[in-house]
Write a protein that binds this ligand. Structure first.
Ligand SMILES: C[C@](O)(CO)[C@H](O)COP(=O)(O)OP(=O)(O)OC[C@H]1O[C@@H](n2ccc(N)nc2=O)[C@H](O)[C@@H]1O
Ligand SMILES: Nc1ncnc2c1ncn2[C@@H]1O[C@H](COP(=O)(O)OP(=O)(O)OP(=O)(O)O)[C@@H](O)[C@H]1O
Length: 297
């Protein structure tokens, strides 16, 4: 069998409202998630042994372990478990993860890897369509949306997904200042300050956003509720946001997820790439990770 390959794309929360808190401590969200061309790459080859295995490669593989805690191997285990008794007898998979996205950075890298592994394993084992979506939420709140990997409204704790209305063509620049941020610590900070901002329910336009201006007018009515808490923990995020807002042709900027990656929107991928070159020439951006290109359709 020829190896199977797929991309685990970066997830960006264009806005993120925390609307409530469940008894188990998980927060209820309302968010518009989109995916950028940036991503990790996962490859699956048939293996002869009886254990699934993982090797790590790429610029952000250092600091990650290829052990049972890695979300790629956890995805394989969760999928076998979901399948039931026959899950244990399915042929072993040799998985290869090429890590290009910074770890613990608010763009769902680990979740995207897990979702990508689920998609590949479902193909490898020729599973029915419902099997990977059943395993996804057991691996993390962001894994279901990363399985879909298309612009989506996320509600519930990230488990209620609705396809987003049509989005305009746009370019995106992602910038991470090289600090990792733990998602639980940011939710804990939010909870400690009382957390929930009361707001009227948000309605998305049924016909979508025909232009970037109309999408930005909508985003201007929203926030990322985790952003102030992430800045309080890592003040450099505020510096990133200041730099993004000052870039040529920038139309909108904000932090994604629980941080520290921030994004800026542009009329086109070319303008995003030109702004990335401009930013890379600044002293403050030394050591910052960035990626610029298209938002996936
Ligand atoms: C912030 C987001 O990235 C927005 O898309 C996600 O909500 C986080 O998704 P994730 O990293 O896959 O999160 P998980 O690994 O499931 O959860 C990590 C921790 O974050 C907190 N958490 C996560 C999701 C959620 N809806 N409410 C929470 O309170 C919980 O303390 C949880 O223990
Ligand atoms: N394949 C993986 N890639 C990245 N992190 C992984 C992976 N497997 C396990 N982890 C662990 O998961 C944690 C979260 O990493 P991840 O990169 O998904 O965070 P994130 O970008 O903040 O995600 P989110 O936007 O979903 O909150 C890290 O602390 C890391 O040690």
């Amino acid at each position: 069998m020829a190896p199977l390959q797929d991309m685990a794309h970066a997830k960006i929360n264009l806005f993120l409202h925390v609307t409530g808190r469940r008894e188990d401590g998980y927060h209820l969200l309302d968010s518009l998630a989109v995916f950028a061309g940036a991503g990790d790459r996962v490859t699956l080859s048939a293996a002869s042994g009886d254990e699934d295995s993982l090797t790590l490669h790429g610029p952000f593989s250092e600091g990650l372990e290829a052990d049972d805690n890695n979300l790629v191997l956890r995805a394989a285990k969760a999928l076998r478990h979901e399948i039931g008794t026959t899950g244990r007898t399915l042929p072993a998979a040799a998985l290869r993860l090429e890590k290009h996205l910074p770890v613990a950075s608010g763009i769902g890298g680990g979740s995207a890897d897990a979702a990508c592994a689920l998609r590949l394993l479902a193909r490898h084992w020729q599973l029915p369509d419902d099997m990977a979506p059943r395993a996804a939420p057991t691996l993390g709140a962001d894994v279901p949306v990363c399985l879909v990997q298309k612009a989506t409204r996320m509600e519930g704790i990230g488990d209620i997904l609705t396809p987003a209305p049509a989005l305009p063509e746009m370019g995106i620049l992602l910038v991470n200042p090289g600090v990792s941020v733990s998602t639980p610590s940011i939710f804990r900070r939010l909870a400690a300050t009382g957390g929930i901002t009361p707001r009227p329910a948000l309605s998305f336009p049924e016909t979508g956003w025909p232009t970037l201006a109309s999408l930005i007018a909508f985003l201007d009515t929203t926030e990322n509720d985790l952003q102030p808490h992430a800045i309080a923990q890592e003040p450099v995020i505020a510096t990133v946001l200041e730099r993004l807002a000052a870039l040529p042709d920038v139309r909108f900027s904000r932090m994604s997820g629980s941080g520290a990656t921030c994004f800026a929107l542009f009329d086109s991928a070319d303008k995003a790439m030109a702004a990335a070159r401009h930013l890379a020439g600044q002293d403050c951006a030394h050591g910052w990770w960035h990626w610029a290109g298209p938002v996936l359709p």
